[in-house]
Design a protein around this ligand. Structure first.
Ligand code: NDP
Ligand code: 8X3
Length: 249
């Protein structure tokens, strides 16, 4: 694969695994995240095919500057993986933190929009490209405490489909990848660094790994150019559905 790939949120979890898979498949990968120390380690692991850039996707100017400053040989991005994102807290809506809600919207929704808008026109101009957005089963199936996080992921799914409509005929592909439970730093972040609470989420069953999702992302991007996976929902075999709740009495 001779593609140029930009992965946001490449410093851990699904993003880091995706960067690894693309580099091993022969792509050159621009790995973006806030934690440069992590990206430097990834670069040491993967070598010069990985180009690390410090980026907070919430900062619109920084996103534009970052894309404008890419070395010319990396400027024509073929695959954008909009992976940067997070859940904060699991409190019910009446008591959830508004600051947490704002950070989730700023990152999962606005950050994804800023990066997409910076990259997409070039793809359309070149009549070649693929935008892969990380949604979640939380965007389709509600659960208590999912509130704003679930809302951001529903946005990602619908925005992905709408993007397809907008780039119709351009040859640009759009895919929404929607995982269930993946063991990454996701729960540690959600629970404010409470490692024990995070570990308990994945105890007693086999969750997905970041690499399981990375494999699916690379598969979507490796299909022939005339094939577009619109939405890809992936769960651990041990995770399914629990039905509706009824408040009686
Ligand atoms: P991790 O916490 O392991 O990784 C999240 C990544 O997002 C990190 O690299 C982090 O980097 C980056 N990130 C967060 N905020 C920003 C920001 N403002 N700017 C740039 N990068 C940012 O979790 P996952 O790998 O699990 O999550 C990746 C994506 O997958 C997310 O969008 C998540 O919602 C989604 N997802 C995860 C599931 C799961 O069960 N784990 C299931 C379904 C979807 P840094 O902190 O260095 O900036
Ligand atoms: C992450 C999966 O079920 O914790 O999007 O919301 S879940």
């Amino acid at each position: 694969m001779s593609n140029i790939v930009l992965v946001t949120g490449a410093s851990s979890g699904i993003g880091a695994a995706t960067a690894r898979r693309f580099v091993r498949a022969g792509a050159r990968v621009i790995a973006a995240a806030r934690r440069m120390d992590r990206l430097t380690r990834l670069r040491d692991e993967l070598g010069p095919a990985l180009h690390a850039v410090e980026l907070d996707v919430r900062d619109r100017d920084a996103v534009e500057r970052c894309v404008a400053a890419l070395p010319p040989e990396l400027a024509a991005i073929d695959v954008l993986v909009n992976n940067a994102g997070l859940a904060l807290g699991l409190a019910p809506a009446p008591s959830a933190s508004l600051e947490d809600w704002e950070q989730m919207v700023d990152t999962n929704v606005k950050g994804l929009l800023f990066v997409t808008r910076a990259i997409l026109p070039g793809m359309v101009e070149r009549r070649r490209g693929h935008v892969v957005n990380l949604g979640s089963v939380a965007g389709s199936y509600p659960y208590p405490g999912g509130n704003a996080y679930a809302g951001t992921k529903a946005f990602v799914e619908q925005f992905s489909l709408a993007l397809r409509a907008d780039v119709h005929g351009s040859g640009v592909r759009v895919t929404s990848v929607e995982p269930g439970m993946v063991e990454t730093e996701f729960s540690e972040v959600r629970f404010g660094g409470d490692v024990e609470r995070a570990a308990a989420v994945y105890r007693g069953f086999r969750p997905l790994s970041g690499d399981d999702i990375a494999e699916a992302i690379v598969w979507c991007a490796s299909l022939p150019a005339h094939v577009n996976i619109n939405r890809l929902e992936i769960m651990p075999t041990a995770q399914s559905f629990a039905g509706f709740a009824v408040a009686k009495g």
